[in-house]
Design a protein around this ligand. Structure first.
Ligand code: NAP
Length: 310
């Protein structure tokens, strides 16, 4: 296994990690970013980001992240295509064990983000990755041009996925376990006004069925009556929220009951371990916005600098 020593290691390459890396490297610290399992993070999957300041006509998540990465590279940040699996964290030296490399550093910024939650129903694993089950409309949606698809969930992500898919799919069913959307009113209204999106309220997915290689429909259950029905569709996009990527740090960083890192009361960028800072969605179950994640990345890097100078 290869070893690398660096002043600052940032875990995660989404908005929070990249912003932290830009601030850290620009301040003169040798900075390495460990990209994680999804380089660029969840934002790379957003078809269009309309509320990130500075882009008046919107920008795709992939493009926004690519620009941030370019900016980090300009300040000399090194990127490592690996994922943290565990760590040994002392007051002065931190050792991060990745799949192929071991990193030693003095300061660690954890910005590992979150991962899509699964339905955990029969058929989901079987048809995932090419068989019709997806958690990313931007990545897989174009395979469903002119077809019938379903989106599961009622939040802003599900709404955005449904709107995006409705631009080129014949029909989009929105399956939600409640009788109204959780998404903001403006977004929900857009969904409800779209002619080829049909909400199926009070419904949850019981199973995903199909042949050996592809799904062909869903078994749904009405949560009030318990009645089962089938819905034929070519693909399903699961958009029911995320869980924080914090498993690798359990044991040395404090997490809440959902697994989100807990920051210090007086400054959420600090943790109980000197030299370890947190940023982004892995420590935020409330806002989870690109701009908030970017802000918290800047804050973590500034907190790191301040703690060194104090
Ligand atoms: P979310 O707001 O937590 O919504 C998750 C949805 O999935 C909820 O409607 C929930 O139902 C449903 N759900 C959860 N577990 C389920 C299960 N096992 N089976 C069926 N349905 C289930 O998550 P999100 O939509 O991913 O959004 C995350 C955060 O990002 C939010 O703060 C959101 O505002 C933000 N976001 C913002 C934008 C934007 O453009 N501004 C875009 C995307 C996301 P219930 O409603 O019954 O709980």
């Amino acid at each position: 296994m290869e070893f690398l020593c660096q002043h600052v290691v940032v875990l995660g390459s989404g908005c929070a990690g990249l912003t932290a890396a830009i601030y850290s490297a620009r301040s003169g610290y040798e900075t390495v970013v460990v990209e994680g399992s999804l380089p660029g993070g969840q934002l790379t999957r957003a078809p269009s980001v309309e509320n990130y300041p500075g882009f008046p006509t919107g920008i795709s998540g992939y493009e926004l992240i690519s620009l941030m990465r370019k900016q980090a590279e300009r300040f000399g940040v090194t990127f490592i295509g690996d994922e943290a699996k565990g760590a040994h964290v002392g007051e002065y030296r931190k050792i991060i064990r990745c799949e192929n490399i071991e990193l030693h550093c003095l300061e660690l910024i954890v910005a590992t983000g979150s991962s899509p939650m699964k339905l955990s129903v029969p058929g989901e694993d079987r048809y995932e990755g090419g068989g019709g089950v997806s958690s990313c409309a931007t990545c897989d949606g174009p395979f469903y041009k002119g077809k019938v698809v379903a989106v599961v969930g009622g939040g802003n992500s599900a709404a955005a996925e449904a709107l995006y898919l409705s631009n080129f799919c014949k029909k989009v069913y929105l399956i939600h376990r409640r009788d109204r959307m959780r998404a903001t009113e403006t977004t929900a209204n857009k969904v409800l006004a779209r002619k080829n999106i049909e909400p199926l309220w009070d419904s949850c997915v019981e199973s995903i069925y199909g042949d050996d290689s592809r799904m062909s429909g869903l078994t749904l259950k009405n949560v009030n009556s318990g009645e089962l029905s089938t819905l034929r569709c070519d693909g399903v996009f699961v958009s029911i929220g995320h869980r924080p990527n914090s498993d690798f740090a359990r044991g040395f960083l404090e997490v809440d009951k959902y697994g989100y890192f807990i920051g210090a009361e007086n400054d959420p960028a600090f943790t109980s371990v000197p030299g370890v800072f947190i940023a982004g969605d892995c420590a935020d179950h409330t806002y989870r916005q690109a701009i908030v994640a970017a802000g918290s990345g800047a804050r973590a890097a500034l907190a790191m600098e301040r703690s060194k100078n104090s």
